[in-house]
Design a protein around this ligand. Sequence first.
Ligand SMILES: Cc1cc2nc3c(=O)[nH]c(=O)nc-3n(C[C@H](O)[C@H](O)[C@H](O)COP(=O)(O)OP(=O)(O)OC[C@H]3O[C@@H](n4cnc5c(N)ncnc54)[C@H](O)[C@@H]3O)c2cc1C
Length: 555
Amino acid sequence: MTDEKAQQSFDYIIVGGGSAGCVLANRLSADGQYKVCLLEAGQRDWNPLIRMPSGLIPLMRGWHNWKFWSEPQPHMGGRRFYQPRGKTLGGSSSINAQVYIRGHASDYDRWASLGCSGWSYEEVLPYFRQSENYEPVSEPRDQRFHGKGGPLNIAERHSFNPLSRAFLDAAQQAGLPHTNDFNGAQQEGYGVLRSYHRNGERCSNAAAYLRSAEQRPNLTVITGAHATGVLLENGRAVGVRYRRRGHDRQVRAAREVVLSGGAFNSPQLLLLSGVGPREELARHGIPLRHELPGVGQNLQDHLDLYLVTKAKTRVGFSFHPTSWPRALLGLFLYAFFRRGYLTSNLVEAGAFVRSLPEEPVPDLQWQFGAVVNAWHGLRLGPVFRHYGYSIVINDNRPLSRGQVGLHSADPLAPPLIDPNYGAEGREIERLVRGIKLARKVLAQPAFDPHREVEMAPGASVQSDEELRHWVRHNAESVYHPVGTCKMGLDALAVVDPRLRVHGLEGLRVVDASIMPTLIGGNTNAAATMIGEKGAAMILEDALGSAASGEAALAA
Ligand SMILES: Cc1cc2nc3c(=O)[nH]c(=O)nc-3n(C[C@H](O)[C@H](O)[C@H](O)COP(=O)(O)OP(=O)(O)OC[C@H]3O[C@@H](n4cnc5c(N)ncnc54)[C@H](O)[C@@H]3O)c2cc1C
């Protein structure tokens, strides 16, 4: 049901219809017992570019995107970093690159060892499985790790570029181990990346979880509703204030308010509501409602950079005029059959590697694209001029910690984002080693028919000193911010392991911001799992309080 006037009082209010928020909206409304309201600042996800896997390039620059920028980063040449975030139903899962990766099993065991009981890999695996419909794929798969019949469709894409094939061959020639399944028993190695696709289209979390749930009479979805504050009464969250079409409105929650605005917006909303570090609130004249020093702290993200090679063959993705006839054919095939190269998310193969043999787990991730990747498609000039291919190298084990704060008390102003990239020289060294390793793969015979010249970093950038300088002046974010409402029990923890905000009643955070440490891989699968586990805990707690209410009555 989609009518904001129909009911203004709910059992649960979810702020943010993104990756985690869509899961919550579905699971909390499933048995019809609770009235659920989902508030989403963006509009509906009707844009056909969201469905088309290769539509991610225009979405990076344009619609349905908060288009944030970081503060200037002193350790990275003083540059501001672009921080796209989805602003529509599905959130960032509606604009992201659709790469399906869970991270390394040890990432979750580390959370458990930090005091987050219930979050070891063995304990979160059932929620990953529950979220999945893992389509049969061409390579053998260990079914212990995968689910059937879940909402999120994981598939092989409908096209595979010859350059991606060359990457797989080159990785083998360079002696890298092979893995059938980055999300199975062995993350390490090179292989084919799976994606969030269904029948040749993007399967965002809105498509997976929300579409069918929206028909339920007990779920109200309000789009264009920008939450501006959590209503707190006597230490309890009782509702949410939001602005829609220039008017301020309120919705009340009888049970809980759940924040799922993502790693930048959830801490911002807590701060705007008077929940956070005392000094930060005082600086903006916001009355302190509940002191919680960790709100907005502990920001972690993956830095990445691209090794780009210009190709002499014309098989990759390009906007070069010679590719236009193929693009027309691609449009035809996509429009009528959901086939052809526009069904690709451009990142088809990859690898997880160790930059040093003594690293306990892979500390670098490579994502291969058959395209001249310049700033994740934000600079399109090179894509119009050239054919080529790129390895995007992520530092999977960042050590720097940044923060999210406020620019002002204006709830519609963007949050202050200061990731503090590159503060730890060791992560720059890791990326330097990553370039050297990737260059070895790109030099293999499998690429001989295609290779023309290295465009980035370029032949002139060779010594460690030159590479370090190049990394600091060219690395970007790969858009995996987490950690700003971290889960735990220490002084900077914002939520406990059941995702309840410390010291307040009726308020949880359920999204990527609760990760205490960044996982080694892309973050959408983990955000989805957090939504699944968060929903299960909310329902369990509701059952528990109903049972204790009955026991009290009986006594
Ligand atoms: C360009 C890009 C590419 C990426 N590629 C990949 C990839 O290939 N694979 C992968 O696994 N991960 C990828 N990621 C990361 C992944 O998509 C995110 O980690 C994940 O979507 C985060 O989920 P979330 O629920 O925490 O937040 P989001 O999905 O961002 O959802 C937050 C939602 O809250 C809404 N919201 C925010 N503030 C308010 C407010 N005040 N009021 C109301 N609504 C609000 C937002 O509009 C949004 O819909 C990518 C991200 C980006 C941006």
